[in-house]
Design a protein around this ligand. Sequence first.
Ligand SMILES: Cc1cc2nc3c(=O)[nH]c(=O)nc-3n(C[C@H](O)[C@H](O)[C@H](O)COP(=O)(O)OP(=O)(O)OC[C@H]3O[C@@H](n4cnc5c(N)ncnc54)[C@H](O)[C@@H]3O)c2cc1C
Length: 217
Amino acid sequence: MDSCFEYEMSDIEIEDPDMIYAYPGNKIAPGGYIWVFPKDDDRANVGVGVSGEKGKTAKYYLDRFIKSRQGLNKGSILEVNVGCIPLGDSLKELVKDNLMVVGDAARQVNPIHAGGVHNAMLAGKLAGSTAAETIDLEDLGILKRYELEWNSSKGRQLERILRMRYFMEKLRDDDMDYLAKFLDGDDLIRVSEGEWGVALKKMAKHPRFLKLLKNFL
Ligand SMILES: Cc1cc2nc3c(=O)[nH]c(=O)nc-3n(C[C@H](O)[C@H](O)[C@H](O)COP(=O)(O)OP(=O)(O)OC[C@H]3O[C@@H](n4cnc5c(N)ncnc54)[C@H](O)[C@@H]3O)c2cc1C
């Protein structure tokens, strides 16, 4: 379970409002990252997710970061959003009798970037259409199709991404700095979607990652 704290901020300086900014690091946000997701030229969601196992609160890490950044520390806070995000293994049993679970309740969250809106919408759509068919055909057994379809498609992808998260948890801050030199934005997006082939090939060229990769594969 990651602990998250987010401000919607205005009157801030954003280098490029068409980019999203992510700051991982064991000191900056243990087990997670700080994000700046621009919504406009001078307005953004500025938040943090940290592992629930660490000592300090998510708010502590976010406030400390904002205070240290010139472009942010004079901004205004419009809104505060807080909550937990379930990370780790997804629920495998998504249907029981006449009940279906979707979204955070089913832990259908991307284990690397902790985004859950997209998956919750996909699962909701799939569960909704399965429920409609169940009502039409008056057969409760049809509900299980939602579980089967999810687990064999998106569920599998989330499992792959979780393995990558476990690998990333082993990285030190200097490993991450090093990686950032030869993995570009596209590589990182692919990794967060469970397609790590290109990134692994690039990492395998560097002796310092070979040992870590051996344990991962
Ligand atoms: C601070 C923060 C920032 C985030 N930022 C992002 C982001 O930028 N992008 C992203 O993809 N994900 C983000 N997430 C994760 C994302 O919000 C969730 O993964 C997503 O909202 C899950 O959708 P859901 O429908 O499963 O649950 P929710 O959005 O939590 O919806 C559940 C709803 O059920 C209602 N409810 C609960 N109990 C009951 C009850 N007994 N009866 C009736 N209603 C009930 C709740 O009030 C709520 O409205 C963030 C999470 C946090 C905490």
